[in-house]
Design a protein around this ligand. Structure first.
Ligand code: ARG
Length: 593
């Protein structure tokens, strides 16, 4: 089933052809949701945009379009306003029919992609032996939501964790392990990650102060690259310790990822350079192999190089990304690759994408999405800041550990819950409280992140994200709980309402809610394109608000039939839409809270 706006667009195109000929078949009908509800539900500015081409007055054009516009099933008669706007108001009978149709659909009318794609979402991607930080948290939350939405749209999604598990820092780490923890090279579980992070700092210190240690570190890199057994063992030990720590976070967040770290691409790096050489893209500059970039210049206006092989023969972050990109297109068959990192890496990706394009790795004809938008997309996000826009810090002034950050959200959600229970004179089991606190705490962190336009920085505030008021997870979860409460109170099994239950839309609040319920499909399509999950948050927030207005104004359980059943169906549809929408943000619902 096409969404309402698509149907209207089709009808406009037909009218345009009927009125002015087939050369207008491809003209964009410019149908958009009305800017103001007083103009109806949708409007088209087509007449104005055609005035010049047709050499007629916009109002006359509008009249001719309207004469040929066959929308009587969907809309009240079209109205022409001002200089030639065409305004449309949906008929309640049509809305009723649409709601009836989505009621019996497990996807609530949300369409699947017409041409499913192989999509890679590269997200989270922390670095071994370093603490996962809030930037990785944002990447994890945003990447997971994007992956969920694309999966829902039926794309074949590969969620890749491009873990930083290779590089010269391992030389330093292993050199230090040998020195300070020789037993660690034989006993696997000798270290915990906190030690690893400290170990990293200590190793770095040794590296900075001692030339002999630096030389040992360089030797360790060589040994590791040569695949020497105990070097590999030490490296694996470091990776495993880190991995365990990352998994604590992924489990708390309920995020699934396939690990394919940087080391995976090691054997492919020489081939990448060969390929670039063959394409005559490389030049040697001060001993390093570079690709000179188009559109990136230094202060003197000279093209900047992207170094792909250092003068000592080593490779770097960019080389690995080039190898990964080529592998993902050629071996994984990716048709769209989405990289979710902080905005600070925008240049890095723009440069890597450019080199990949110039190397001919992005096949002609693979246009990315059906609309021709690019195969390679960097999804940048802003910083997470502390109160007052400063760097996020704990009370004692340190960078908070992610685990602690999440546990704190849970603890605060639990304290809020205890207060509320006391106020309401309720007693609940420990199990109930644990579950609610965990869902509310984690959801609050996720939602606070997702509800912002990702490109802006946001201020991390427990008070704000845990508030029951405003565009927050608790507000949304509570709207769901409220609806489930109606079913409990009226002793009604929503599932058994029957998909043939008649829907009647009479009150304004019912119509407003109904129209909003029917927008889900369009919103998800938008997010698929622009990869902005905050649009889905906004949609769900407005849905909760519109539901609350409906519920304040229209009696449900007290209403007489046939209104009662119709309104119960609206309640149920709202609950299902909230549940589905939240699940795409990685947020589960609660029956009670
Ligand atoms: N490990 C990197 C970091 O912590 C992020 C990797 C992002 N993905 C990529 N393909 N470069 O900043």
């Amino acid at each position: 089933m096409n969404s309402i706006i698509e149907q209207l667009r089709n009808r406009f195109s037909e009218a345009l052809v009927a009125a002015f000929g087939s050369e207008f078949a491809e003209t964009d009908p410019l149908v958009v949701p009305a800017s103001n509800p007083k103009f109806g539900d949708y409007q088209s500015n087509l007449a104005m945009s055609l005035a010049k081409t047709l050499g007629q007055k916009p109002r006359e054009i509008a009249q001719q379009i309207v004469q040929h516009l066959e929308v009587s099933k969907l809309c009240e008669p079209a109205e022409i306003a001002g200089p030639g706007f065409i305004n449309l108001t949906l008929k309640s009978s049509y809305l009723e029919a649409r709601l009836n149709a989505i009621q019996s659909d497990s996807q609530l009318g949300a369409e699947k992609a017409k041409t499913p794609q192989r999509v890679i979402v590269d997200f989270s991607s922390p670095n071994i032996a370093k603490e996962m930080h809030v930037g990785h948290l944002r990447s994890t939350i945003i990447g997971d939501s994007i992956a969920r939405i694309l999966e829902f749209r039926n794309h074949d999604v590969l969620r890749l964790n491009h873990v930083g598990d290779w590089g010269t820092q391992f030389g330093m780490l292993i050199a230090y392990l040998r020195e300070a923890y020789p037993e660690a090279l034989t006993k696997r579980d000798a270290l915990e990650l906190e030690d690893l992070v400290k170990l990293y700092q200590k190793a770095k210190q040794r590296f900075d102060e001692d030339e002999e240690f630096r030389e040992n570190s360089r030797q360790e890199v060589v040994k590791l690259q040569a695949g020497e057994e105990d070097s590999i063992r030490a490296w694996e030990l470091l990776c495993e310790q880190s991995r365990r720590e990352f998994q604590v976070i992924y489990s708390l967040l309920d995020v699934e990822l396939t690990e394919r770290g940087e080391s995976f691409y090691n054997p492919l790096l020489p081939g990448v350079i060969e390929d670039l050489d063959y394409q005559e893209l490389t030049e040697v500059d001060a001993g390093a192999k570079c690709v000179f970039l188009e559109g990136f210049t230094n202060k003197a206006g000279e093209p900047l190089p992207l170094i792909v092989q250092k003068s000592n023969g080593g490779y770097n972050y960019a080389t690995t990304d080039l190898a990964a990109l080529r592998y993902r297109i050629q071996q994984d068959g990716a048709e769209r690759i989405i990289y979710v990192t902080d905005a600070g890496q925008a240049d890095h990706f723009a440069q890597v994408f450019q080199v990949a394009r110039r190397a001919g790795w992005i096949p002609e004809g693979v246009k990315g999405q059906p609309d021709g938008s690019p195969v390679l997309v960097h999804v940048p996000f802003g910083l997470v800041q502390g109160e007052g826009g400063k760097k996020l810090k704990t009370r004692s002034g340190e960078t908070p550990r992610l685990r602690d950050l999440l546990q704190e959200a849970i603890a605060r959600a639990r304290a809020d819950l205890e207060t509320r229970l006391q106020e309401e004179g309720r007693t609940e089991s420990e199990e109930f409280k644990d579950k609610v606190a965990r869902v509310v705490g984690i959801s609050a962190v996720k939602y606070a992140d997702l509800s912002q336009n990702r490109t802006s920085n946001y201020i991390f505030s427990y008070d704000k994200m845990l508030s029951l008021q405003g565009n927050t997870a608790p507000y949304m979860l509570y709207a769901y709980v409220r609806i489930r409460g109606i079913s409990r109170k009226g002793n009604i099994n929503f599932e058994q309402l029957g998909t043939d239950a008649e829907i009647l839309l009479q009150e304004e609040a019912e119509l407003v809610l109904a129209k909003h319920l029917l927008q889900l499909s369009d919103v998800l399509k938008e997010v698929e394109q622009d990869l902005l999950p905050n649009r889905l948050c906004q949609y769900l927030f407005e849905l909760s608000q519109k539901f609350n207005q409906f519920y304040d104004r229209c009696p449900v359980l007290q209403a007489s039939e046939p209104q009662r059943t119709s309104r119960l169906v609206l309640c149920h549809l709202t609950a299902r839409t909230l549940k589905l929408g939240l699940s795409l943000l990685g947020i589960p619902v609660l029956e009670r809270m």
